[in-house]
Design a protein around this ligand. Structure first.
Ligand code: TYD
Ligand code: MG
Length: 469
């Protein structure tokens, strides 16, 4: 009998090679090929393999667009407002959601809390909805329960299943007819149809596809937990992100108590929506007013600090940008950025030197976005330079001033999107002056309703004069 054919599959990109090699020909990754055995084909004359052409919709026939029912109206609340917000307004029936994040960031905690609250809601319906199934390949039922006790899950109709075999989980799904399924994590489950190790790209793809079909066919929303690799990508990489409907990332500094859930892909809502949580001794607590949290420990009146109004998804958040400029005692000056892009900082500092005449050649420059937040908007430019200039001149910005705007290479301040939203948030948080690009000033409309003085600026020099007057 012929030995089963083995292939070597790149764990980074999914490319296949007939023999092992040190480097993947397709994506160039080193040492990423792992031996995998595909599922055995049908024995000659034996039964035909199960039909792989499963349907994610109503059936095999085309339907008229106008006759297709909309599912959008029937979103279900997870019971956690901030989680619903990132999902685009709640859980869509039959959707497959992937929640990624570093170990220990709180994925299991968040989902167990959501599972408990969701189950309680479903149990209170009349007639009661299905229970919630929480399948874990990482913790035993006892461990999950002892965590749940701390989170106050109580007596909600929540089923726990410590199982790593997908076929078993799917069996339990058909038996319990749950209204929500959570699989923690996709890297620990394996399919009997596939002979490679759990966590390998083949298994992860197979698992995600099987859960996708189960979710669509039975109309059960399913949340998969995904681990991230050390460089921050979801392990079992892009294949997963293509299969699922929604990709959420759980971020945050483990040394800070707050956590941020961000949507990266969402077939049912806006991406880059943000949910902010705080980790407490009784689990994750939603933070309704993140600006307050990120500005909580601001020392007003110290040089090197500027308040930026950034927008994440549809949510404006005020954060503090801090800068420290000190004389470099070693030959080469250091530029360090935490929370903003390093190369963007280099570019901005060059503009500051050339266009505003500040000399930073012999100085170390450190920039930090307080509270572990990361900002990737160009709207942060002006606040970064304001903080740096404030530190250089040793002069504090007025504590009641918020600032935003993009800085161009010729030192011009360019308009940015959603200015009104930012101004309104600053006014709400008690700021009395906002320095912004002149292009964003609308003389006919004051979003702050007279609570803020709006100062439009056109050039970097002018902006710094206003801010550091
Ligand atoms: P966990 O949800 O296990 O992380 P993940 O599933 O993403 O790996 O989170 C574990 C961390 O959260 C752990 O470091 C302890 C902390 N934690 C609390 O601070 N309070 C709590 O109530 C719980 C359950 C966990
Ligand atoms: Mg976990």
């Amino acid at each position: 009998m012929k030995a089963p054919r083995t292939v070597f599959v790149c764990q980074e990109c999914g490319a296949q090679a007939p023999k092992w090699q040190g480097k993947c020909d397709d994506c160039g990754a080193w040492n990423s090929l792992v031996e995998e055995r595909p599922a055995p084909g049908p024995a000659p004359g034996g039964a035909a393999p199960p039909n792989r052409y499963m349907h994610v919709g109503a059936g095999g026939t085309a339907q008229l667009y106008a006759e297709v029912e909309t599912a959008a109206a029937r979103r279900l609340s997870s019971g956690i407002g901030e989680f619903d917000r990132v999902l685009g307004g709640g859980i869509v029936p039959g959707s497959l959601v992937l929640l990624g994040g570093e170990p220990g960031i709180g994925k299991s905690t968040l989902l167990l809390q959501a599972a408990g609250l969701f189950a309680t809601q479903m149990g209170a319906l009349s007639p009661p909805g299905g229970p919630v199934l929480y399948a874990s390949g990482e913790e035993s039922e006892h461990q999950i329960k002892s965590r749940g006790d701390r989170l106050g899950v109580g007596s909600a109709p929540l089923y726990l299943l410590a199982e790593t075999c997908i076929e078993r989980i799917l069996e339990e799904m058909s038996r319990l007819r749950p209204s929500l399924v959570i699989v923690d994590s996709i890297q620990t489950v394996f399919s009997l149809k596939f002979q490679s190790a759990p966590g390998s790209i083949g298994q992860v793809r197979e698992a995600a596809t099987q859960f996708l079909f189960a979710a669509k066919a039975q109309n059960i929303p399913t949340v998969l937990v995904g681990h991230v690799t050390k460089d921050g990508a979801l392990a079992g990489p892009k294949v997963l992100e293509h299969v699922v409907d929604t990709v959420l990332y759980f971020e945050g500094d483990r040394h800070h108590s707050h956590r941020v859930v961000r949507a990266i892909k969402n077939r049912f809502g806006a991406v880059s929506e943000l949910g902010v949580f705080e980790m407490t001794s009784s689990g994750l607590r939603a933070v309704a007013n993140p600006s307050k949290l990120f500005l909580a420990e601001r020392a007003s009146g110290t040089p090197g600090s500027a308040v930026l109004c950034c927008v994440e998804g549809s949510r404006p958040i005020l954060v503090e940008v801090q800068a420290l400029v000190s004389t470099s005692s070693y030959g080469n000056a250091r530029r360090m950025a935490i929370g903003i892009d390093q190369s963007r900082l280099a570019l901005l500092l060059a503009v500051l030197e050339k266009r505003a005449g500040l000399n930073l050649a012999g100085d170390d420059v450190y920039v930090n976005v307080a509270g572990g937040m990361s900002v990737d908007e160009t709207a942060a430019d002006l606040s970064v330079l304001a903080a740096v200039a404030s530190s250089v001149r040793n002069r504090a910005l007025s504590p009641n001033t918020a600032v935003f705007g993009e800085v161009g290479l010729s030192g011009e301040i360019r308009g940015i999107p959603q200015a009104a939203l930012r101004i309104r948030e600053a006014a709400q948080m008690g700021f009395t002056r906002v320095v912004l690009p002149e292009a964003n000033l609308d003389p006919a409309d004051d979003p702050s309703d007279g609570r803020c003085e709006l100062v439009g600026v056109r050039a970097l020099g002018e902006a710094l004069d206003v801010l550091l007057a």
